[in-house]
Ligand binder design. Sequence first.
Ligand code: GLN
Length: 542
Amino acid sequence: MGKQTRYIFVTGGVLSSLGKGITSSSIATLLKHSGFEVSILKIDPYINLDPGTMSPLEHGEVFVTQDGAETDLDIGHYERFLNKSLEKKNNFTTGQVYLSVIEKERRGEYLGKTIQIVPHIVDEIKQRIKSVGEGSDFLVIELGGTVGDMEGMPYLEAMREMKHELGNDYVLSIHVTLVPYIKTAEELKTKPTQHSVQELRRIGINPQIIVARSEKPLSKDLKRKIALSCDVADNSVIVAQDAQSIYQVPLNFLQEDILTPIARHFSLPEFKPDMQEWNLLVKKIISPKTSVTIGFVGKYLSLKESYKSLTEALIHAGANLDAKVNIKWIDSEMLDQNSLSILKDLDGILIPGGFGERGIEGKIRAIQYARENHIPFLGICLGMQLSIIEFARNVLGIADATSSEFDPQTNSPLIYMIEDFIDQSGCQQIRTHTSPLGGTMRLGEYPCILKANSKLQKAYHGANSAKERHRHRYEANPKYREMLESAGMIISGESEGLIEAVELRDHPWFVAVQFHPEFTSRLQNPNPIILEFVHQSLKQRC
Ligand code: GLN
């Protein structure tokens, strides 16, 4: 028998988008920095098996784990805060829970019983939670959605049962709510908090800590009022006022003394987190010495959430270089020949990943501009594919160069689809232009061999290989390799015969990669390529 894990459930009340993900990450970070082994789990109460097939407009970013799972973007926050890689099991959905139960039923594992939400679905949920917690001192569980949602009921029941089975000493409930400021009355209102706690209590859950999101500070009296009406201790109302940076939230929680009620609840001695290095990085985010402007040429600019990992990775790079990274958002669909002047004052140009044909011509124009004007450039995934297409069109003179993603019948498939491929677990898969979207991508971590003396290798401090994460269906076509190389494009990264990275010989810093470096960037451990890109852009300024 291993050690008994302590479970911290984080629920949300009143409305969504209260920052439960950042709250959960911040609590887990403080526990980790107090010397504990901490893991974290996100439960999504929707029916999709994973967010992989959802539109970015619907869901924001799809975060890819090392083991190739397409997960909720909160998993990205967890990794960035905890500075550790998580796995597929750290995020599950109602769809996955029902699928496992139905598969077990089909295999006859329930011995002829009628399958019901209680106990079968709830048991499956509890078993999944426990298996994620195994081996950790603490497991923080963030329950998606808002208390009162129909979809969330089985999870709240699982939480109640776990408390019943393990006892108060091993299960803690934290409820995140909103204390809105009503301008006309010039008052902060606690009623929504009271109502959402009542809703929890109706189903047998008494939260022990209330995290109150608010745009203004709460007076002592107001905190006491919440404590009294929600039946929590006076020191257990934690105010989460809007912060300048998400990375400041653990520090704010520490100031609100959140660790005292947590330690007391679990009957543990006082926690003493070491947040010195973290503090320093946050200072550099909030008051940096210098600044740099990066042009971000993308498609879903109306929903910046779909580029979350990348914008966070730029913040990490900035924090480590003591520079504010200003992002100039450039809608690729608007970028025609006449509007290229908006690229003029940029210190660096970045083309992120993407799917589909929309907006690609504008991106190709931006790439040509960066190449010809010697502006530091980073292309990611689709950004690398388009860099090759741009080079083929404008340097090699292959006017119709494209990707078979945009034209399956093209005569010049610089980017093509490998129909027969071996996935991360060593299984053979077949994909075609019409195969289903879910589960047919090259996903997760693969090693990339770095070319000696390349800019890419320099970024990785001279290493011979690097491991990065993927999420794509198409690949650079090796048929054109020699032509590209003889005209000055260097293949600087390779993985089992696949072209993983390219750069330009006659350019100060033009690097494009097939993988997504942003998925491995953390505040305390920025991704080397993104760090080097921002560093080169800073140099461009001077
Ligand atoms: N659409 C391209 C592909 O599937 C690139 C994907 C991406 O940028 N993530 O290969």
